[in-house]
Design a protein around this ligand. Sequence first.
Ligand code: UDP
Ligand code: MG
Length: 319
Amino acid sequence: MGTPYLSVVIPVFNEQESLETLYHRLAETLDNLGFSFEILFVDDGSKDNSKKMLVDFYKQRPHQIRVIEFNRNYGQHMALMAGFEYAQGEIIVTMDADLQNYPEDIPRLLDKMAEGYDVVGGSRQNRQDKLWRLWFSRIHNGLRRRFTQIDMEDEGCMLRAYSRSVIQRMLACHETSTFIPALAFSLANNPTDVAVRHASREAGQSKYNFYKLVRYNFDFFANFSRAPLEFFTICGFVVATLSIGLFVYIMVHRLLYGPELEGAFTLFAILYFLIGVLLMGLGIIGEYVGRIQADVRKRPRYIIRRVLDHKIQEEVSYS
Ligand code: UDP
Ligand code: MG
């Protein structure tokens, strides 16, 4: 068998409840496409039965399925990167394992790619997520539109298609924290969006709690915008200007009415507020510095424990 036309890359982290249905629906959709394909499952350190299930899928279709296993959990975007490293297709499609994306929508992405686009992003219609997640996304999208050059409809949707050339460009980037849809957008010649369906999560839990989502947002903005830093520069200017006014007011007040203690507590309040702003600024600088440190250390971004690939007769182990 030569190289496949289409690669589908799926990160998997404790998804034992949905994998069986995903496998059947996806295989059926891809079988009906009429061209060669491969499915790359990247196990992102699952602790449940997912690993074993993926091995079973591989055994059922060794010529179409490959499995990449991490030694531990590195996050969805690193799992996608590892999938890209192994993907051979001319077109690479990514999707989630939890069936919130419809495998049956893949042909829509491919049709759009055939029109000459090099990145096609799914845009979830009637998004079926918890209310707080929808609000979180709305705020994120608003900030993203205003403060970054990333102009896509729905960057949170992982059902997306990329051309080989965009994948190659992404692989040439070695940043340790990244956000794949935004990275691809910034490297694409001709990106577009297409409407896709969205289902609620029927089984298993979302892997993103509030804290993890906040972290992801830092990843996004620290990687694709300097606006948070600029915001603190502007804050600095505003506070410095206001403090000149306050100083003049206090001096005039003292000259007119003599020294007095009145207003001391107001000054405390202002002071605490400013200390808060300062600490926040330090934290934001820390977010950038931490990422610089991670990149400067040049440690491997992920460790692949083993790859199941029919071309490699033995199950290879990497250390
Ligand atoms: N995922 C992963 N590693 C993680 C978290 C998630 O590989 O650390 C996978 C997960 O198995 C799923 C996809 O990324 O296939 C999206 O995760 P999830 O559905 O929990 O995200 P949500 O839909 O809540 O944004
Ligand atoms: Mg999901």
